[in-house]
Design a protein around this ligand. Structure first.
Ligand SMILES: NC(=O)c1ccc[n+]([C@@H]2O[C@H](COP(=O)([O-])OP(=O)(O)OC[C@H]3O[C@@H](n4cnc5c(N)ncnc54)[C@H](OP(=O)(O)O)[C@@H]3O)[C@@H](O)[C@H]2O)c1
Length: 285
């Protein structure tokens, strides 16, 4: 299986992590291309035996399985500009896009698929792929091939249909991208009380880690603590007043998140019906 030759169109954050991980598993990475030559060159230098291709066609011509790891909007452009060969495998790595953006490759006789690692790859940081989930879509025999490749990287897989991809990806945005947004908001609030942002982030991190550890060990609902879980409406009122003085937009967000937190507190069993109604009224004012 790891005799198949891999090629990467795109040499950014995801291509770097995936290609290095596959290389470690014994796959040959034949060629890598990018929009400019520089990133392809940098990545190829890290992959023994791999060349930086002058264009995407060179990657397609050199490999059995080609990963299109460009920005999402560029994938259909690449798919329609490259001359694919019969019997090749062409895969994109977008979370939200359907498999049929690769239709030009299918029409040329290639098998097409999606291989989306549910992980965040910040540029320059090679995240561990072990234990992550890959959302895979393809027809046989490519489907089995991609499942096996996910397992070789130490990951799990789920099969995901094109019609479900957007919701799947929106959920990922909540826990990943918006976690960054929430952290940034919290750091801004601390800055308003004269704690520098970097110090704030350092102090808030153990709290965030503690929450994630709790979710892992006791589940989502049991992990909820804080004023809504306790029914402390006085504290919630104080928060709203203080936040309004700093930035009313943040108060709006606090209200919205709070309203979505009430059902969790009820499910946890700590908030009775009348407390829940009180808090709902305060948050809706
Ligand atoms: N980053 C993540 O956390 C993550 C996680 C899961 C899935 N994904 C998916 O992975 C894919 C790549 O994302 P990324 O974050 O790795 O993006 P990225 O870091 O911005 O890298 C994109 C790469 O595509 C290259 N590129 C742009 N236009 C091109 C073209 N026409 N032909 C060839 N190469 C081109 C860029 O070249 P230059 O370097 O020359 O600009 C760059 O190397 C996306 O589909 C994304 O949804 C990303």
């Amino acid at each position: 299986m790891n005799k198949i030759r891999l090629g990467f169109i795109g040499a950014g954050a995801l291509a770097t992590t995936l290609s290095l991980a596959f290389k470690q598993q014994g796959f040959k990475i034949t060629a890598v291309s990018s929009r400019g030559f520089e990133s392809a060159k940098t990545l190829a230098e890290r992959l023994d035996g791999c060349r930086a291709a002058a264009d995407n066609q060179e990657v397609a011509d050199s490999a059995d399985l080609i990963f299109i790891a460009t920005p999402d909007d560029v994938i259909p452009v690449v798919a329609s500009h490259v001359r694919w060969q019969k019997g090749q495998m062409v895969v994109h790595c977008s979370g939200a896009d359907p498999v049929d953006i690769l239709t030009p490759a299918k029409k040329a006789g290639s098998q097409i698929g999606v291989f989306h690692p549910l992980q965040t790859f910040a540029a320059g940081l090679e995240e561990n792929l072990k234990g992550i989930t890959f959302a895979i879509e393809a027809q046989e025999p490519l489907l089995t091939q991609l499942k096996e490749m996910a397992q070789m990287l130490g990951g799990n897989w789920i099969e995901l249909k094109s019609k479900d991809r957007v919701i799947y990806h929106a959920a990922a945005v909540f826990v990943c991208n918006y976690l960054v947004t929430l952290t940034s908001i919290a750091a801004d609030l601390w800055e308003s009380i004269d704690v520098p942002r970097d110090k704030a982030a350092g102090a808030l991190l153990p709290l965030m880690r503690g929450t994630i550890n709790n979710i892992e060990s006791i589940g989502v609902t049991s992990s909820l603590t804080g004023p809504i879980a306790r029914g402390d409406s006085g504290t919630i009122n104080k928060h709203l007043t203080a936040l309004d003085n700093i930035n009313p937009n943040i108060t709006k967000l606090y209200r919205e998140l709070g309203l979505n937190t009430i059902p969790i507190a009820i499910e946890k069993g700590k908030l009775n019906k009348s407390q829940a109604e009180d808090i709902e009224q305060i948050l809706k004012q």
